[in-house]
Design a protein. Structure first.
Length: 99
């Protein structure tokens, strides 16, 4: 996955801004799926899904390596993102179950 070749600083910054917008949209989309998943679960413990979290982290670390990206960076980003989304999923679960 190679980036477009830029010829100016402003052009490169504009491309970065476009990528950032896409990243945020994708994170929002991911979060929407997380909220849907909350409706399929039966307990807060199931929402926490440590095995699933470990699988996701392992998969994205491997993808980072394949893309010549620092896997520790991806690990840290995903841990933080997942922590926030688990909180959101728990709130959605409790709301759906009337807790």
């Amino acid at each position: 996955m190679k980036a477009d070749r830029c010829t100016t600083l402003d052009e490169a910054r504009k491309k970065i801004d476009e990528v950032d917008e896409e990243i945020v949209r994708l994170i929002a989309k991911r979060n929407d799926y997380i909220k849907q998943i909350a409706h399929f679960k039966t307990s807060v413990e199931e929402v926490k899904a440590e095995d699933r979290i470990n699988d996701v982290i392992s998969r994205v670390r491997q993808q980072a390596i394949e893309l010549d990206l620092n896997p520790n960076l991806i690990n840290d980003l995903y841990v933080r993102m997942i922590d926030g989304m688990v909180e959101s999923e728990i709130a959605e679960f409790r709301n759906a179950k009337g807790m």
